[in-house]
Design a protein around this ligand. Structure first.
Ligand code: IVH
Length: 676
């Protein structure tokens, strides 16, 4: 029997819930926390302990966000008011036409008030609150009937469990979009690619796939966000305008769109649309347009609905980052782990100012799902930094001459058998000496985040390989200047530079070295974790997977792969050879972990531009002082280190309000002297 709940405990629980919900709001909605993560965890654990001991759990307790058991199926939910879709406008002229229609319908000569905000590319959700508490969350479905996804939506930390700070209506349906940030989407897809799982085509599919999960623990693991923009049925309170409603949402601690403006007259609407389009590049989320809504709810009611779309709103769509072209050829490409990716060679097409001539087809499943054939006319999309991909085949353009691309039985490069792991979509060449894999492994070994050998990129690796100078990455350290002289692109100076760069790379960190080895599933992050826990390469020799799983955040897949690698006598021989060739490995990560409270502990740095010292040296120094370096500016970045000729990261940092410092300032903070 749980103990009876004493009054003071009830009070403490109530206080903790209130406090934790407030800090959640500060962190996830305002993006401006006022306490540390450790302090939050401490309060959370105290609440959890009291709740368990006294079996007293408030309906808005943050502990209710996680731990719900998987469902067999989703229950159906009927929306009290249908969830509508939007009419599109593809040009400013079409937006003007929308305004004229509104005025004509209302017989108004006066300028109309509109709200303007970005259109989020996610999944529409309705949140129902009863007496201020989150009662249910449902998907849009066909607009009339959706699915009950309450337990999944609860796991999204920016979704309020209770309406606070304002008087809550008896019942209210609040609509918004659940979405995933672009960075997060790319990270998720990378992980899925490594794990051989099917990829999400875009952040919207990733968000939808994460919400429509029967097991809420999967949703919890995905970083989802919410932006609220609409109202459905409401009982016990009236709103006069969209703007009043948005301001109410904001006070009630709901996340609202990143930009919402109230303007009068269509000219001002155009200004905001172009402002949003300009800002779009620095938004962390995907947006494909702006939504324009008549502000006055009375006018909205007068305007009404035309089939599925309201006459009082329109979505202006930004010019797409898509183009139409033809697939000339499909070419399989073998990566360093043997994964074979089909690549489409396209008739060059300009999209958003860039010429696109190839596009990834991801894998054979994906190719079959989209029914892609050689000779097809296709729609290609290029979004941000992501590799262009094919959205769809235009079947009407088929002539009958298109040819499907056969499933491979043999590796196109070395002729070895190809296999497909159980439950995987990836097809792999099993030939360990496959020239494509070998070259890719060498290229990876020398690449920037790995041994960082300047001048040893794809072209030179191919050249040296074809001349028989290198057939394994170990051979890089046997290269002599004389070997290079006389090769195309090499003269005295360039040969010396490369040999110097190779020499320099011998001094490296254990984390970089581990990553360079190209062990399956070991990316930069996993390599760093390993380096934090193992001091020297020898400490990993013949390691058991159990020993690696002990490390927090290390999964079984990585553990098995690392263990396999370090139990292979051939691999150990390779490591010994590298040592004898003069490799000097330090381990700042291990040192950093040993020392308590380092000056840069918990801080994330991003570098842009040319620094007065080699970038690698600065990165290693940051890491050795407990800091973390990343190549992407995000909300989580603490400092952007700005060198000469900074890139687009500077703009992004400015937009996000990330602190900017010079290399010298960094050295001052860390108490190191700047080199003159
Ligand atoms: S208003 C009738 N505002 O776009 C009003 N919708 O194409 C309908 N969407 O189903 C919703 N961002 O999922 C509105 N700021 C925004 C939006 C937005 C994204 C989605 C929503 C809707 C779809 C219609």
């Amino acid at each position: 029997m749980p103990e009876k709940v004493p009054e003071d405990i009830k009070k403490e629980i109530e206080r903790l819930v209130k406090e934790l919900n407030y800090h959640c709001y500060r962190y996830y909605v305002l993006d401006s926390p006022v306490i540390s993560d450790e302090e939050y965890d401490r309060l959370y654990l105290r609440l959890k302990e009291l709740e368990e001991r006294y079996n007293y759990i408030l309906p808005d307790s943050p502990t209710l966000r996680i731990g719900a058991p998987p469902l067999d199926k989703f229950e159906k939910v009927r929306h009290t008011e249908p969830m509508l879709s939007l009419d599109n406008a593809f040009s400013y002229d079409e937006v003007r036409e929308f305004d004229m229609r509104v005025k004509r319908f209302l017989r108004s000569v006066e300028d109309i008030e509109y709200t303007v905000e970005p259109k989020y590319d996610g999944l529409a959700i309705e949140l129902t609150y009863r007496n201020g508490l989150l009662y249910r969350a449902s998907t849009r479905g066909d607009g009339y009937e959706g699915e009950d996804v309450t337990q999944n939506i609860r796991t999204i930390k920016s979704v309020p469990l209770k309406i606070e700070e304002v008087e809550a209506p008896e019942e209210i349906d609040i609509r918004g979009e659940v979405y995933m940030d672009i960075d997060e989407f790319e990270k998720l897809n990378k992980e899925r690619e490594q794990g051989g799982e099917p990829l999400f085509a875009n952040p919207r599919n990733a968000a939808a796939g994460s919400v429509r999960q029967l097991d809420p623990s999967i949703t919890t693991a995905r970083k989802l966000h919410l932006a609220c923009y609409g109202i459905g049925a409401v009982r016990g309170k009236g709103f006069k305008t969209q703007w009043e409603f948005i301001k109410w949402l904001e006070r009630a601690r709901f996340p609202i769109p990143a930009v919402v403006k109230l303007v009068k007259g269509i000219d001002k609407v155009s200004n905001i649309i172009s402002e949003i389009e300009e800002k779009r590049r620095i938004f962390l989320f995907e947006t494909d347009g702006s939504v324009i809504k008549v502000n006055d709810f009375k006018l909205q009611r007068l305007l009404g609905v035309k089939t599925r779309e309201p006459r009082w709103a329109v979505a202006y769509k930004f010019p797409a980052h898509q183009g139409t072209t033809k697939i000339k050829e499909i070419m399989p490409s073998v990566g360093r782990t043997g994964v074979i990716t089909p690549i489409a060679l396209l008739e060059p097409v300009r999209i958003g100012g860039v010429t696109v001539s190839r596009s990834t087809l991801h894998n054979w499943d994906e190719m079959q799902r989209k029914d892609i054939k050689v000779g097809d006319t296709v729609v290609v999309e290029r979004a941000g930094e992501v590799i262009p991909h094919i959205i769809t085949v235009i079947k009407d353009k088929r002539t009958g001459k298109e040819k499907p691309f056969p499933i491979l039985e043999r590796c196109p490069v070395c002729g070895s058998r190809v296999v497909r792991g159980e439950g995987e979509v990836a097809v792999r060449c099993i030939g360990l000496n496959c020239p494509s894999q070998v070259q890719e492994r060498i290229r990876h070994f020398a690449s920037r985040g790995a041994m960082d050998i300047e001048g040893l990129g794809e072209k030179n690796v191919e050249l040296f390989y074809s001349k028989g100078l290198i057939s394994h990455f170990v051979d890089i350290y046997r290269l002599k200047k004389e070997d290079l002289l006389g090769l195309p692109r090499f003269a005295e100076k360039s040969a010396r530079n490369l040999i110097d760069a190779i020499g320099k790379s011998k001094k490296t960190t254990f984390a970089r070295f581990l990553y360079a080895l190209g062990i399956m599933h070991v990316g930069e992050y996993a390599a760093k974790l390993l380096a934090k826990n193992f001091e020297r390469p020898e400490d990993l020799y013949n390691v058991r997977p159990e020993r690696i799983i002990e490390i927090r955040q290390m999964g079984e897949k990585i553990a098995r792969s690392v263990s396999n690698f370090f139990n292979d006598p051939e691999n150990l021989k390779t490591l010994e050879t590298l040592k004898s060739l003069g490799l000097k490995i330090t381990n700042p990560d291990f040192e950093a972990k040993k020392r308590e409270k380092l000056p840069l502990e918990g801080l994330t740095f991003v570098i842009t531009g040319t620094l007065p010292r080699p970038r690698k040296e600065v990165e290693d120094m940051i890491e050795s002082l407990g800091g973390h370096t990343s190549s992407l500016v995000s909300k989580g970045t603490d400092y952007l280190i700005v060198g000469e000729d900074p890139g687009s990261k500077l703009r992004k940092a400015e937009a996000l309000g990330v602190k900017r410092i010079s290399c010298d300032e960094l050295l001052k903070i860390t108490g190191r002297r700047s080199r003159q």
